[in-house]
Design a protein around this ligand. Structure first.
Ligand code: PXP
Length: 250
């Protein structure tokens, strides 16, 4: 039986990054989310950061009131973010590491090293009926700990693979892809739903989307950047069609 087609979560953070550059309401991430839904997104993802450098909790509230697609909130393991999640009750929360000085989420959450920090967040979000995912590096130890923590979903960090593709380092890309494939298999073998994301572009999406165990990809920065050249709608439609073709073995 053919594996189910992967879902596309469109991350609208960087629409808000551009908005915030001028401090006004334009461009509105809610308008981008509505456009993403029209273009074939299966979910909307956003990361409320401690420093609110892109989306804020008022954006989350407006999205929750206006869109019908599932919302995936990425957040750090802090009491402040937990309160925001419990108030907004998104469909899903993805727990991510966060450092103030980083430009983006540079690595996965070290659930093996931070088991005791992460565990209460998994429990409290699950108790509130929110599907919890852990953003981890594609490593078997992290998968095993994610299972022990009772996380129903993991999202595999694809940044190292996508960087290798972008820099033309074919051996490294092959190694990183192998790590993602092995981690995806390990996750499914342990009864965990597997997602993937970070740094994905038109050039790197196909091998990742072809991995049959992966159920969802979350993609943001590239789509917002590509919107400048071909439009947001067209960028989403193209990445989605590449995902579907990859899974169909085209
Ligand atoms: N998934 C997670 C957990 C992330 O933190 C991010 C970046 O916010 C993404 C996916 C999307 O990465 P990108 O914006 O590079 O596509």
């Amino acid at each position: 039986m053919a594996a189910l087609a992967p879902r596309l979560g469109v991350n609208i953070d960087h629409v808000a990054t551009i908005r915030n550059a001028r401090g006004g309401p334009h461009p509105d991430p809610l308008r981008a989310a509505l456009m993403a839904a029209e273009a074939g997104a299966d979910g909307i993802t956003l990361h409320v950061r401690e420093d609110r450098r892109h989306v804020r909790e008022d954006d989350l509230a407006r999205l929750a009131a206006a869109i019908t697609l599932p919302i995936n909130l990425e957040m750090a393991c802090t009491e402040e973010m937990l309160a925001i999640a419990l108030a907004a009750k998104p469909h899903a929360v993805c727990l991510v590491p966060e450092r103030r000085e980083e430009r983006t989420t540079e690595g996965g959450l070290d659930v093996a090293g931070q088991h005791n920090t992460v565990a209460p967040f998994v429990t409290r979000l699950r108790d509130a009926g929110i599907r919890v995912s852990l953003f981890i590096d594609p490593h078997p130890v992290q998968i095993a700990v994610a299972q022990a923590l009772g996380a129903p979903v993991v999202e595999l960090h694809t940044g190292a693979y996508c960087e290798a593709v972008a820099s033309g380092d074919t051996p490294r890309a092959a190694h990183e892809l192998h790590m993602i494939e092995a981690a995806a298999r390990e996750g499914v073998a342990r009864g965990i739903e597997v997602h993937a994301g970070h740094g994905i572009t038109f050039d790197s999406v196909t091998p990742i989307a072809a991995i049959p165990e992966i159920r969802e990809l979350n993609i943001g920065h590239f789509l917002v950047g590509e919107a400048i050249f071909i439009g947001f709608d067209a960028a989403i439609r193209r990445i989605k069609s590449l995902m579907l073709a990859a899974r169909a073995g085209a």
